[in-house]
Design a protein around this ligand. Sequence first.
Ligand code: GLC
Length: 489
Amino acid sequence: MSLDPWWRDAVVYQIYPRSFQDADGDGEGDLRGVVQRLDHVARLGADAIWLSPFYASPMADGGYDVAGYTEVDPRFGTLADADALIEAAHARGLRVLLDVVPCHTSIEHPWFTQHPERYVWSDRDGPQNNWRASFGGRAWSRDERSGRWYLHSFYPEQPDLNWREEDVRSAMADVLEFWIDRGVDGFRLDAIDHLMKDPDLRDDPPASAPPALPEMGECATLDMRHSRNAPDIGEALAVLRAGAGADALLVGEVYLPADRLAPYLEHVDVAFAFELLHAPWEAAAVRAAIASALSLQGRAAWVLSNHDFPRLPDRVGAANVRAAALLALTLPGPVFVYQGDELAMADGPGREPPHDRAGRDRHRHPMRWDDDAAHGGFTTGDPWLPAVQVAGGSVAAQERDADSVLALYRDLIGLRGGLRGGLRFVDTADGVLAYRRGDEHLVALNLDDRPRPAPAAGAIMRFTHAGRCASGSPAPLELGPGEGFFARI
Ligand code: GLC
Protein backbone atom coordinates (compact mmCIF):
# COMPACT_ATOMS: atom_id res chain seq x y z
CA MET A 1 0.00 0.00 0.00
CA SER A 2 1.33 3.43 -0.90
CA LEU A 3 1.93 5.84 1.99
CA ASP A 4 -0.44 8.43 0.60
CA PRO A 5 -3.02 6.55 -1.46
CA TRP A 6 -5.64 8.46 -3.45
CA TRP A 7 -8.42 7.06 -1.27
CA ARG A 8 -7.02 8.22 2.07
CA ASP A 9 -9.70 10.90 2.57
CA ALA A 10 -11.78 10.13 -0.51
CA VAL A 11 -15.51 10.68 -0.85
CA VAL A 12 -16.98 7.64 -2.56
CA TYR A 13 -20.50 7.99 -3.95
CA GLN A 14 -22.54 4.79 -4.00
CA ILE A 15 -24.66 4.35 -7.11
CA TYR A 16 -27.46 1.80 -7.00
CA PRO A 17 -27.79 1.49 -10.79
CA ARG A 18 -31.36 0.19 -10.81
CA SER A 19 -32.57 3.43 -9.18
CA PHE A 20 -30.19 6.10 -10.48
CA GLN A 21 -31.27 6.97 -14.03
CA ASP A 22 -33.15 5.06 -16.69
CA ALA A 23 -31.91 5.89 -20.20
CA ASP A 24 -33.98 3.40 -22.22
CA GLY A 25 -37.42 3.93 -20.74
CA ASP A 26 -37.96 0.42 -19.36
CA GLY A 27 -38.51 1.72 -15.83
CA GLU A 28 -35.20 0.49 -14.41
CA GLY A 29 -31.96 2.43 -14.20
CA ASP A 30 -29.10 1.41 -16.45
CA LEU A 31 -25.44 2.11 -17.17
CA ARG A 32 -26.12 4.65 -19.90
CA GLY A 33 -28.31 6.45 -17.38
CA VAL A 34 -25.43 6.56 -14.92
CA VAL A 35 -23.28 8.25 -17.56
CA GLN A 36 -26.02 10.85 -18.16
CA ARG A 37 -25.94 11.80 -14.48
CA LEU A 38 -22.23 11.60 -13.74
CA ASP A 39 -21.92 15.38 -13.78
CA HIS A 40 -24.07 15.48 -10.66
CA VAL A 41 -21.57 13.26 -8.87
CA ALA A 42 -18.61 15.25 -10.14
CA ARG A 43 -20.21 18.55 -9.08
CA LEU A 44 -20.76 17.14 -5.64
CA GLY A 45 -16.99 16.84 -5.40
CA ALA A 46 -16.82 13.06 -5.00
CA ASP A 47 -13.55 11.29 -5.79
CA ALA A 48 -14.97 7.94 -6.81
CA ILE A 49 -18.13 5.99 -7.48
CA TRP A 50 -19.02 2.56 -6.19
CA LEU A 51 -21.51 0.78 -8.43
CA SER A 52 -23.75 -1.85 -6.85
CA PRO A 53 -23.89 -5.01 -9.03
CA PHE A 54 -24.98 -4.75 -12.66
CA TYR A 55 -23.93 -8.26 -13.67
CA ALA A 56 -26.12 -10.94 -15.24
CA SER A 57 -28.62 -11.82 -12.53
CA PRO A 58 -32.16 -13.13 -12.00
CA MET A 59 -32.40 -10.37 -9.35
CA ALA A 60 -33.54 -12.51 -6.43
CA ASP A 61 -31.32 -10.27 -4.29
CA GLY A 62 -31.20 -7.08 -6.35
CA GLY A 63 -28.19 -8.31 -8.37
CA TYR A 64 -26.24 -9.69 -5.39
CA ASP A 65 -27.20 -13.04 -6.90
CA VAL A 66 -24.76 -13.13 -9.80
CA ALA A 67 -25.29 -15.48 -12.76
CA GLY A 68 -22.29 -14.22 -14.76
CA TYR A 69 -19.53 -12.17 -13.15
CA THR A 70 -18.14 -10.80 -16.39
CA GLU A 71 -21.43 -10.13 -18.14
CA VAL A 72 -23.63 -7.08 -17.88
CA ASP A 73 -27.29 -7.89 -17.31
CA PRO A 74 -29.31 -6.74 -20.36
CA ARG A 75 -31.56 -4.65 -18.08
CA PHE A 76 -28.45 -2.55 -17.28
CA GLY A 77 -26.89 -2.54 -20.76
CA THR A 78 -23.88 -4.16 -22.35
CA LEU A 79 -20.19 -4.63 -21.70
CA ALA A 80 -19.59 -1.75 -24.11
CA ASP A 81 -21.79 0.42 -21.87
CA ALA A 82 -19.68 -0.59 -18.87
CA ASP A 83 -16.52 0.38 -20.75
CA ALA A 84 -18.08 3.70 -21.72
CA LEU A 85 -19.11 4.34 -18.12
CA ILE A 86 -15.60 3.65 -16.81
CA GLU A 87 -14.21 6.00 -19.41
CA ALA A 88 -16.79 8.72 -18.73
CA ALA A 89 -16.10 8.54 -15.00
CA HIS A 90 -12.35 8.76 -15.49
CA ALA A 91 -12.81 11.71 -17.84
CA ARG A 92 -14.46 13.54 -14.91
CA GLY A 93 -11.74 12.58 -12.46
CA LEU A 94 -13.89 9.94 -10.78
CA ARG A 95 -12.38 6.55 -9.93
CA VAL A 96 -14.58 3.51 -10.31
CA LEU A 97 -15.20 0.76 -7.78
CA LEU A 98 -17.26 -2.28 -8.68
CA ASP A 99 -19.09 -4.55 -6.28
CA VAL A 100 -17.77 -8.10 -6.28
CA VAL A 101 -19.86 -10.81 -4.68
CA PRO A 102 -17.43 -13.66 -3.99
CA CYS A 103 -19.30 -15.51 -1.23
CA HIS A 104 -22.12 -16.94 -3.34
CA THR A 105 -23.49 -17.04 -6.87
CA SER A 106 -27.03 -17.07 -8.12
CA ILE A 107 -28.53 -20.53 -8.17
CA GLU A 108 -28.89 -19.87 -11.91
CA HIS A 109 -25.14 -19.46 -12.39
CA PRO A 110 -24.01 -22.25 -14.75
CA TRP A 111 -21.44 -23.34 -12.15
CA PHE A 112 -24.20 -24.63 -9.91
CA THR A 113 -25.07 -27.40 -12.34
CA GLN A 114 -21.78 -27.72 -14.22
CA HIS A 115 -19.43 -27.44 -11.23
CA PRO A 116 -21.34 -28.55 -8.15
CA GLU A 117 -18.00 -29.18 -6.40
CA ARG A 118 -17.58 -25.41 -6.20
CA TYR A 119 -20.39 -25.20 -3.60
CA VAL A 120 -20.89 -26.39 -0.03
CA TRP A 121 -23.04 -29.53 0.33
CA SER A 122 -24.40 -31.46 3.30
CA ASP A 123 -23.33 -35.11 3.44
CA ARG A 124 -26.66 -35.97 5.04
CA ASP A 125 -30.17 -36.14 3.66
CA GLY A 126 -30.95 -32.83 5.34
CA PRO A 127 -29.18 -29.78 6.76
CA GLN A 128 -25.62 -30.49 7.89
CA ASN A 129 -25.88 -28.25 10.93
CA ASN A 130 -27.96 -25.59 12.73
CA TRP A 131 -26.69 -22.56 10.78
CA ARG A 132 -29.20 -19.83 10.01
CA ALA A 133 -29.43 -17.65 6.90
CA SER A 134 -28.97 -13.88 7.28
CA PHE A 135 -32.44 -13.12 5.91
CA GLY A 136 -34.17 -15.72 8.11
CA GLY A 137 -34.74 -19.45 8.04
CA ARG A 138 -32.17 -22.21 7.95
CA ALA A 139 -29.04 -21.84 5.85
CA TRP A 140 -29.60 -25.14 3.99
CA SER A 141 -31.98 -25.94 1.14
CA ARG A 142 -32.57 -29.02 -0.96
CA ASP A 143 -31.46 -28.90 -4.58
CA GLU A 144 -34.39 -30.38 -6.48
CA ARG A 145 -32.20 -31.72 -9.30
CA SER A 146 -29.72 -33.70 -7.24
CA GLY A 147 -31.75 -34.11 -4.06
CA ARG A 148 -28.71 -32.91 -2.06
CA TRP A 149 -28.71 -30.05 0.46
CA TYR A 150 -26.60 -26.94 -0.19
CA LEU A 151 -25.51 -24.10 2.06
CA HIS A 152 -26.70 -20.52 1.57
CA SER A 153 -25.72 -17.78 3.99
CA PHE A 154 -28.32 -15.47 2.45
CA TYR A 155 -31.37 -16.32 0.25
CA PRO A 156 -31.86 -19.92 -0.96
CA GLU A 157 -31.32 -18.49 -4.48
CA GLN A 158 -27.71 -17.70 -3.42
CA PRO A 159 -25.75 -20.93 -2.87
CA ASP A 160 -22.44 -20.36 -1.04
CA LEU A 161 -19.24 -21.03 -2.91
CA ASN A 162 -16.72 -23.35 -1.29
CA TRP A 163 -13.66 -21.15 -0.83
CA ARG A 164 -11.58 -24.15 0.17
CA GLU A 165 -11.76 -25.31 -3.50
CA GLU A 166 -8.82 -24.21 -5.63
CA ASP A 167 -11.13 -23.81 -8.65
CA VAL A 168 -13.28 -21.26 -6.86
CA ARG A 169 -10.25 -19.25 -5.85
CA SER A 170 -8.74 -19.08 -9.30
CA ALA A 171 -12.08 -18.39 -11.01
CA MET A 172 -12.80 -15.46 -8.69
CA ALA A 173 -9.27 -14.06 -9.02
CA ASP A 174 -9.85 -14.11 -12.79
CA VAL A 175 -13.06 -12.11 -12.34
CA LEU A 176 -11.22 -9.33 -10.53
CA GLU A 177 -8.47 -9.34 -13.12
CA PHE A 178 -11.06 -9.12 -15.91
CA TRP A 179 -12.49 -5.88 -14.50
CA ILE A 180 -9.10 -4.42 -13.61
CA ASP A 181 -8.11 -4.96 -17.24
CA ARG A 182 -11.19 -2.96 -18.25
CA GLY A 183 -9.93 -0.05 -16.18
CA VAL A 184 -11.68 -0.17 -12.80
CA ASP A 185 -9.82 1.17 -9.78
CA GLY A 186 -10.98 -1.16 -7.07
CA PHE A 187 -13.76 -3.21 -5.55
CA ARG A 188 -16.18 -3.28 -2.70
CA LEU A 189 -16.06 -6.90 -1.57
CA ASP A 190 -19.48 -8.14 -0.57
CA ALA A 191 -20.11 -10.05 2.67
CA ILE A 192 -16.55 -11.31 3.03
CA ASP A 193 -17.01 -12.32 6.65
CA HIS A 194 -19.00 -15.20 5.13
CA LEU A 195 -16.26 -16.37 2.76
CA MET A 196 -14.60 -18.88 5.07
CA LYS A 197 -16.48 -21.07 7.49
CA ASP A 198 -15.55 -23.87 9.83
CA PRO A 199 -14.09 -26.66 7.63
CA ASP A 200 -15.96 -29.27 9.70
CA LEU A 201 -19.25 -27.35 9.43
CA ARG A 202 -19.82 -27.63 13.18
CA ASP A 203 -23.00 -26.31 14.80
CA ASP A 204 -22.99 -22.72 16.01
CA PRO A 205 -23.39 -22.67 19.80
CA PRO A 206 -26.34 -20.75 21.27
CA ALA A 207 -25.65 -17.04 21.72
CA SER A 208 -24.61 -16.00 25.20
CA ALA A 209 -24.85 -12.27 24.43
CA PRO A 210 -26.65 -10.05 21.90
CA PRO A 211 -24.84 -9.84 18.54
CA ALA A 212 -22.23 -7.09 18.20
CA LEU A 213 -24.12 -5.67 15.20
CA PRO A 214 -27.88 -6.00 14.55
CA GLU A 215 -28.92 -9.26 12.86
CA MET A 216 -32.15 -10.26 11.14
CA GLY A 217 -34.04 -13.45 11.85
CA GLU A 218 -32.77 -16.21 14.08
CA CYS A 219 -29.06 -15.51 13.44
CA ALA A 220 -29.09 -13.49 16.66
CA THR A 221 -29.95 -16.62 18.67
CA LEU A 222 -26.63 -18.23 17.70
CA ASP A 223 -23.02 -17.39 18.40
CA MET A 224 -21.98 -17.44 14.73
CA ARG A 225 -18.43 -18.53 15.40
CA HIS A 226 -18.50 -21.44 12.93
CA SER A 227 -20.80 -20.17 10.19
CA ARG A 228 -18.61 -17.17 9.37
CA ASN A 229 -15.27 -15.46 10.00
CA ALA A 230 -13.10 -18.60 10.11
CA PRO A 231 -9.51 -18.02 11.33
CA ASP A 232 -8.03 -18.84 7.90
CA ILE A 233 -9.95 -16.04 6.15
CA GLY A 234 -6.61 -14.55 5.08
CA GLU A 235 -6.09 -17.36 2.55
CA ALA A 236 -9.20 -16.36 0.61
CA LEU A 237 -8.50 -12.65 0.87
CA ALA A 238 -4.95 -13.12 -0.44
CA VAL A 239 -6.48 -14.64 -3.56
CA LEU A 240 -8.77 -11.65 -4.04
CA ARG A 241 -5.83 -9.29 -3.54
CA ALA A 242 -3.76 -11.21 -6.09
CA GLY A 243 -6.58 -10.96 -8.64
CA ALA A 244 -7.08 -7.24 -8.05
CA GLY A 245 -3.39 -6.35 -7.92
CA ALA A 246 -1.55 -4.27 -5.35
CA ASP A 247 -2.81 -0.88 -6.58
CA ALA A 248 -6.53 -1.58 -6.55
CA LEU A 249 -8.55 -0.27 -3.64
CA LEU A 250 -10.24 -3.14 -1.81
CA VAL A 251 -13.08 -2.15 0.51
CA GLY A 252 -14.33 -4.93 2.73
CA GLU A 253 -17.95 -5.32 3.65
CA VAL A 254 -17.15 -7.18 6.84
CA TYR A 255 -20.11 -7.28 9.15
CA LEU A 256 -18.08 -7.34 12.36
CA PRO A 257 -17.08 -4.75 14.96
CA ALA A 258 -13.75 -2.96 14.51
CA ASP A 259 -11.91 -5.06 17.07
CA ARG A 260 -12.37 -8.15 14.89
CA LEU A 261 -11.24 -6.67 11.57
CA ALA A 262 -7.48 -7.17 11.83
CA PRO A 263 -7.28 -10.39 9.74
CA TYR A 264 -9.27 -8.67 6.98
CA LEU A 265 -7.12 -5.54 6.99
CA GLU A 266 -4.04 -7.63 6.28
CA HIS A 267 -5.36 -7.92 2.72
CA VAL A 268 -8.05 -5.31 2.10
CA ASP A 269 -7.31 -1.59 2.40
CA VAL A 270 -10.32 -0.48 4.38
CA ALA A 271 -13.43 -2.00 5.94
CA PHE A 272 -16.78 -0.34 6.63
CA ALA A 273 -17.26 0.99 10.15
CA PHE A 274 -20.65 -0.59 10.81
CA GLU A 275 -20.70 0.28 14.50
CA LEU A 276 -21.14 3.92 13.56
CA LEU A 277 -23.82 3.13 10.98
CA HIS A 278 -25.83 1.35 13.68
CA ALA A 279 -25.07 3.68 16.59
CA PRO A 280 -28.13 5.35 18.11
CA TRP A 281 -28.08 9.09 17.42
CA GLU A 282 -26.77 10.02 20.87
CA ALA A 283 -23.52 11.85 21.53
CA ALA A 284 -21.98 9.20 23.79
CA ALA A 285 -22.89 6.26 21.53
CA VAL A 286 -21.69 8.01 18.38
CA ARG A 287 -18.45 9.00 20.07
CA ALA A 288 -17.83 5.42 21.22
CA ALA A 289 -18.48 4.05 17.72
CA ILE A 290 -16.07 6.56 16.17
CA ALA A 291 -13.43 5.79 18.80
CA SER A 292 -13.75 2.09 18.01
CA ALA A 293 -13.20 2.67 14.28
CA LEU A 294 -10.34 5.13 14.87
CA SER A 295 -8.44 2.27 16.48
CA LEU A 296 -8.03 0.99 12.89
CA GLN A 297 -5.64 3.89 12.17
CA GLY A 298 -7.18 5.24 8.99
CA ARG A 299 -8.40 1.90 7.70
CA ALA A 300 -12.08 2.45 8.55
CA ALA A 301 -14.43 3.42 5.73
CA TRP A 302 -17.13 5.67 7.18
CA VAL A 303 -20.66 4.96 6.07
CA LEU A 304 -23.95 6.22 7.47
CA SER A 305 -26.31 4.63 4.99
CA ASN A 306 -26.48 2.22 2.08
CA HIS A 307 -28.98 0.13 0.13
CA ASP A 308 -29.45 -2.33 3.02
CA PHE A 309 -30.51 -0.12 5.90
CA PRO A 310 -33.07 2.63 6.65
CA ARG A 311 -32.15 5.92 5.06
CA LEU A 312 -30.74 8.74 7.17
CA PRO A 313 -33.99 10.66 7.91
CA ASP A 314 -35.58 7.39 9.02
CA ARG A 315 -32.66 6.35 11.17
CA VAL A 316 -31.33 9.54 12.75
CA GLY A 317 -34.46 11.67 12.28
CA ALA A 318 -35.18 14.23 9.55
CA ALA A 319 -34.03 17.05 11.84
CA ASN A 320 -30.57 15.49 12.15
CA VAL A 321 -29.59 14.72 8.56
CA ARG A 322 -27.52 17.87 8.24
CA ALA A 323 -25.60 17.11 11.41
CA ALA A 324 -25.07 13.57 10.14
CA ALA A 325 -23.58 14.95 6.92
CA LEU A 326 -21.34 17.28 8.93
CA LEU A 327 -20.15 14.32 10.97
CA ALA A 328 -19.51 11.89 8.12
CA LEU A 329 -17.73 14.43 5.95
CA THR A 330 -15.35 15.69 8.63
CA LEU A 331 -14.08 12.34 9.93
CA PRO A 332 -10.53 11.35 8.94
CA GLY A 333 -10.48 8.62 6.29
CA PRO A 334 -12.58 7.61 3.29
CA VAL A 335 -16.33 8.20 3.49
CA PHE A 336 -19.14 6.58 1.50
CA VAL A 337 -22.24 8.57 0.54
CA TYR A 338 -25.28 6.64 -0.68
CA GLN A 339 -27.10 8.17 -3.65
CA GLY A 340 -29.86 10.44 -2.40
CA ASP A 341 -28.21 11.14 0.96
CA GLU A 342 -27.16 14.48 -0.51
CA LEU A 343 -30.88 15.27 -0.99
CA ALA A 344 -31.91 13.97 2.45
CA MET A 345 -33.95 11.31 0.67
CA ALA A 346 -36.07 9.30 3.09
CA ASP A 347 -37.30 5.73 2.82
CA GLY A 348 -40.18 5.27 0.42
CA PRO A 349 -43.24 3.05 0.68
CA GLY A 350 -41.70 0.09 -1.16
CA ARG A 351 -44.27 -1.89 -3.06
CA GLU A 352 -46.54 -4.93 -2.79
CA PRO A 353 -45.59 -7.62 -3.53
CA PRO A 354 -42.03 -6.63 -2.60
CA HIS A 355 -39.05 -7.09 -4.88
CA ASP A 356 -36.91 -7.76 -1.83
CA ARG A 357 -38.34 -10.23 0.66
CA ALA A 358 -36.09 -8.83 3.41
CA GLY A 359 -37.93 -5.49 3.28
CA ARG A 360 -35.20 -3.34 1.71
CA ASP A 361 -37.19 -1.89 -1.23
CA ARG A 362 -37.97 1.15 0.92
CA HIS A 363 -34.30 2.18 0.90
CA ARG A 364 -33.96 1.84 -2.88
CA HIS A 365 -36.49 4.21 -4.45
CA PRO A 366 -35.35 6.10 -7.57
CA MET A 367 -33.33 9.30 -7.44
CA ARG A 368 -35.44 12.42 -7.68
CA TRP A 369 -33.84 14.65 -10.32
CA ASP A 370 -36.50 17.15 -11.34
CA ASP A 371 -40.07 17.45 -10.12
CA ASP A 372 -41.20 19.09 -13.37
CA ALA A 373 -40.45 15.85 -15.23
CA ALA A 374 -42.48 12.64 -15.09
CA HIS A 375 -41.31 10.33 -12.28
CA GLY A 376 -38.88 12.99 -11.12
CA GLY A 377 -36.86 12.63 -14.32
CA PHE A 378 -35.82 9.09 -13.39
CA THR A 379 -37.64 7.35 -16.24
CA THR A 380 -40.06 7.98 -19.08
CA GLY A 381 -41.47 4.51 -18.46
CA ASP A 382 -43.15 2.83 -15.52
CA PRO A 383 -40.65 2.89 -12.61
CA TRP A 384 -39.83 -0.40 -10.91
CA LEU A 385 -40.37 1.39 -7.57
CA PRO A 386 -42.26 4.69 -7.39
CA ALA A 387 -40.20 7.89 -7.60
CA VAL A 388 -41.41 9.58 -4.42
CA GLN A 389 -41.97 13.34 -4.58
CA VAL A 390 -41.12 15.46 -1.55
CA ALA A 391 -41.40 19.28 -1.60
CA GLY A 392 -37.95 20.71 -2.33
CA GLY A 393 -36.47 17.22 -2.48
CA SER A 394 -35.22 17.00 -6.06
CA VAL A 395 -31.76 17.83 -7.34
CA ALA A 396 -33.20 20.66 -9.47
CA ALA A 397 -35.01 22.24 -6.51
CA GLN A 398 -31.99 21.96 -4.23
CA GLU A 399 -29.72 23.43 -6.90
CA ARG A 400 -31.83 26.61 -6.67
CA ASP A 401 -31.66 26.78 -2.88
CA ALA A 402 -28.40 28.07 -1.37
CA ASP A 403 -29.37 26.56 2.00
CA SER A 404 -30.31 23.10 0.72
CA VAL A 405 -28.89 19.82 1.98
CA LEU A 406 -27.28 19.43 -1.45
CA ALA A 407 -25.48 22.77 -0.98
CA LEU A 408 -24.32 21.60 2.46
CA TYR A 409 -22.85 18.38 0.99
CA ARG A 410 -21.06 20.32 -1.74
CA ASP A 411 -19.64 22.86 0.69
CA LEU A 412 -18.52 20.25 3.21
CA ILE A 413 -16.87 18.11 0.54
CA GLY A 414 -15.09 21.21 -0.74
CA LEU A 415 -13.90 22.19 2.74
CA ARG A 416 -12.87 18.65 3.57
CA GLY A 417 -9.87 19.00 1.28
CA GLY A 418 -8.41 21.51 3.76
CA LEU A 419 -8.75 19.23 6.77
CA ARG A 420 -5.45 17.98 8.09
CA GLY A 421 -4.40 15.92 11.03
CA GLY A 422 -6.04 13.38 13.27
CA LEU A 423 -9.20 13.60 15.31
CA ARG A 424 -9.19 14.50 19.01
CA PHE A 425 -12.47 14.55 20.92
CA VAL A 426 -13.21 17.69 22.89
CA ASP A 427 -15.14 17.24 26.14
CA THR A 428 -18.12 19.54 26.07
CA ALA A 429 -21.79 19.77 27.09
CA ASP A 430 -23.88 16.59 27.33
CA GLY A 431 -25.62 15.81 24.07
CA VAL A 432 -22.98 17.62 22.01
CA LEU A 433 -20.25 15.82 20.10
CA ALA A 434 -17.15 17.90 19.42
CA TYR A 435 -13.74 17.11 17.98
CA ARG A 436 -10.70 18.86 16.65
CA ARG A 437 -9.16 18.05 13.30
CA GLY A 438 -5.49 18.87 13.61
CA ASP A 439 -4.67 22.22 15.22
CA GLU A 440 -6.87 24.39 13.07
CA HIS A 441 -10.39 23.03 12.93
CA LEU A 442 -13.19 22.18 15.32
CA VAL A 443 -16.41 20.34 14.56
CA ALA A 444 -19.37 20.38 16.92
CA LEU A 445 -22.88 18.96 16.59
CA ASN A 446 -25.87 18.79 18.86
CA LEU A 447 -27.43 15.33 19.00
CA ASP A 448 -29.85 16.28 21.76
CA ASP A 449 -33.43 17.38 21.20
CA ARG A 450 -32.90 20.58 23.25
CA PRO A 451 -30.63 23.57 22.63
CA ARG A 452 -27.21 22.90 24.15
CA PRO A 453 -24.16 25.10 24.84
CA ALA A 454 -21.63 25.09 22.00
CA PRO A 455 -17.91 24.66 22.64
CA ALA A 456 -15.80 27.78 22.13
CA ALA A 457 -14.61 28.19 18.54
CA GLY A 458 -13.36 30.79 16.09
CA ALA A 459 -14.96 31.79 12.81
CA ILE A 460 -17.56 29.50 11.25
CA MET A 461 -16.50 27.80 8.04
CA ARG A 462 -19.85 26.07 7.54
CA PHE A 463 -22.90 25.90 9.74
CA THR A 464 -25.39 23.08 9.11
CA HIS A 465 -28.05 25.68 8.33
CA ALA A 466 -26.35 28.47 6.40
CA GLY A 467 -29.47 30.64 6.74
CA ARG A 468 -29.08 30.67 10.53
CA CYS A 469 -25.36 31.33 10.68
CA ALA A 470 -23.31 32.47 7.70
CA SER A 471 -19.79 31.30 6.98
CA GLY A 472 -17.24 33.77 8.37
CA SER A 473 -19.38 34.81 11.34
CA PRO A 474 -18.32 34.09 14.94
CA ALA A 475 -19.34 30.72 16.33
CA PRO A 476 -22.64 30.83 18.25
CA LEU A 477 -22.77 30.15 21.98
CA GLU A 478 -25.55 27.64 21.61
CA LEU A 479 -26.55 24.91 19.15
CA GLY A 480 -30.20 24.10 18.48
CA PRO A 481 -31.30 20.48 18.00
CA GLY A 482 -29.81 19.09 14.79
CA GLU A 483 -27.39 22.01 14.41
CA GLY A 484 -23.65 21.89 14.15
CA PHE A 485 -20.68 23.67 12.71
CA PHE A 486 -17.27 23.31 11.25
CA ALA A 487 -15.13 26.22 12.50
CA ARG A 488 -11.62 27.49 12.95
CA ILE A 489 -10.28 26.87 16.41
C1 GLC B 1 -24.41 -7.54 1.22
C2 GLC B 1 -25.20 -6.61 0.32
C3 GLC B 1 -26.65 -6.97 0.40
C4 GLC B 1 -26.82 -8.40 -0.04
C5 GLC B 1 -25.92 -9.35 0.76
C6 GLC B 1 -25.82 -10.71 0.12
O1 GLC B 1 -24.72 -7.34 2.56
O2 GLC B 1 -24.97 -5.27 0.68
O3 GLC B 1 -27.46 -6.12 -0.37
O4 GLC B 1 -28.16 -8.80 0.11
O5 GLC B 1 -24.61 -8.86 0.85
O6 GLC B 1 -25.08 -10.65 -1.05
